[in-house]
Design a protein around this ligand. Structure first.
Ligand SMILES: NC(=O)c1ccc[n+]([C@@H]2O[C@H](COP(=O)([O-])OP(=O)(O)OC[C@H]3O[C@@H](n4cnc5c(N)ncnc54)[C@H](OP(=O)(O)O)[C@@H]3O)[C@@H](O)[C@H]2O)c1
Length: 370
């Protein structure tokens, strides 16, 4: 892809967007426009480079970044008209990584961020005179409650969804699909951290589930023991997206970024391995002899949720509430087609780096000392 203009990145402060932006900064010379959610906090480009992207802010790097504060939920991306028009003239590629990734939001709220924001960005993109590519980050779980083989070429289904996040991302994909943009949809499984260091900028559901186990509060996990838990390294996912976005073939509009069953642990194995690693890395924890979580049916897990609600046990309600919004997925085994990933390097097997992720969670106390 030859580039004259600037690449616009949304969500560059998020888990995926940070690593994508970091790689674009270190591996290319491209000018980047970062549309950063205006949270009222003043952030200089130098601070952003140092604190978010873990880079030494050289003058040339600072000059490559255009920082724009906006809100994708607003008309015109929350930008003044002149800036909006100026961006539409200069931007020739867009990577849309902004989203809400919370599983527990009411549908209207999830849609406000994931669908309405995408609609606003699509409208902006259609006004960009030189747009060569529009990349949307999405999730393989737009497949919701489907089971079996999921093709990259299919989205539409009536199986339903496990949570509002899945549904709103499904609808965001539909929005982009129905546009006339030169789009590519990158459907990721679950990011778990850096394959070399275990670093993660956010502690998401896999990390929180590990934390619940570390607290000795995970007695039951609903699902199928042989369900393949698809986790991918953040650095691999970002590199694959960047490579494809810059040089990938135009064909293959949807790409699954997954580890696949041969590079993943089953649910039973992930629990065993997590328990084992926590014991190896934290002797005080091992000495507490917490029982290993058992795998159970969704029905038995629901009973546990109900009894915590009846007992008005706020701690257990919090823990189970967090688990229930995604563990239902462990009862819908899937195998993701990766035809369009053709030619890209495969991610490492989870066994090669999971220990580093667990060690990072422990060392940083799940973000408290990060
Ligand atoms: N993380 C995963 O394991 C995973 C797995 C599959 C797919 N994905 C997909 O990858 C993409 C990125 O996910 P992530 O995990 O990086 O998410 P994240 O860490 O939650 O980051 C979301 C980003 O979106 C920004 N944002 C939210 N609302 C915005 C708004 N109204 N205007 C402008 N910016 C806004 C956030 O900024 P503020 O924080 O300042 O609001 C943040 O930078 C999503 O599309 C997600 O579906 C992620």
């Amino acid at each position: 892809m030859t580039r004259a203009g600037s690449l616009l990145i949304t969500g560059s402060t998020g888990m995926a967007g940070r690593e994508i932006t970091r790689q674009l900064l270190t591996r290319t010379e491209m000018p980047l426009t970062l549309l950063v959610h205006d949270t009222g906090k003043a952030l200089s480009r130098a601070r952003l480079l140092r604190e978010l992207f873990r880079l030494e802010p050289s003058q040339s790097m600072i000059q490559r970044i255009r920082l724009v504060r906006g809100d994708l939920g607003q008309d015109h991306l929350g930008l003044p008209g002149s800036l909006y028009a100026d961006l539409a003239r200069s931007v020739d590629g867009i990577i849309h990584a902004a989203a809400t990734t919370r599983f527990d939001l009411p549908l209207a709220e999830a849609r406000r961020v994931n669908v309405l924001a995408t609609e606003h960005l699509v409208r902006f993109a259609r006004g960009c005179g030189n747009l060569a590519r529009f990349g949307l980050l999405s999730t393989v779980f737009v497949s919701g409650r489907r089971r079996g083989r999921i093709l990259e070429s299919e989205r539409v289904h009536t199986a339903g969804f496990v949570n509002t996040y899945e549904q709103s991302k499904y609808e965001a994909e539909a929005m982009v699909e129905s546009s006339d943009l030169p789009y590519v949809i990158y459907r990721l499984s679950t990011l778990v951290g850096d394959s070399q260091t275990g670093f993660t900028s956010r502690f998401t559901t896999p990390h929180q589930a590990l934390r619940v186990m570390h607290l000795g509060l995970a007695s039951l996990v609903p699902g199928m023991p042989d369900y393949s838990v698809d986790l991918i390294p953040t650095d691999w996912a970002a590199a694959t997206i960047v490579n494809h976005f810059l040089d990938g073939p135009r064909t293959g509009r949807v790409i699954h970024l997954v580890a696949g069953a041969t590079r993943s642990y089953s649910l039973a194995h992930v629990i065993d391995e997590s328990y084992e690693l926590l014991g190896q890395l934290d002797s005080a924890w091992k000495a507490r002899h917490y029982p290993k979580p058992a795998i159970t049916t969704q029905a038995a897990f629901q009973l546990l949720v109900q009894s915590a609600e009846q007992a008005k046990d706020p701690l257990m309600m919090g823990v189970l509430g967090m688990l229930k919004h995604f563990t239902e997925q462990f009862s819908y085994p899937k195998e993701f087609d990766t035809t369009n990933l053709n030619g890209a390097d495969s991610p490492p097997h989870i066994r090669e780096y999971y220990g580093r992720v667990v060690a990072y969670c422990l060392k940083s106390r799940w973000g408290r000392y990060a």
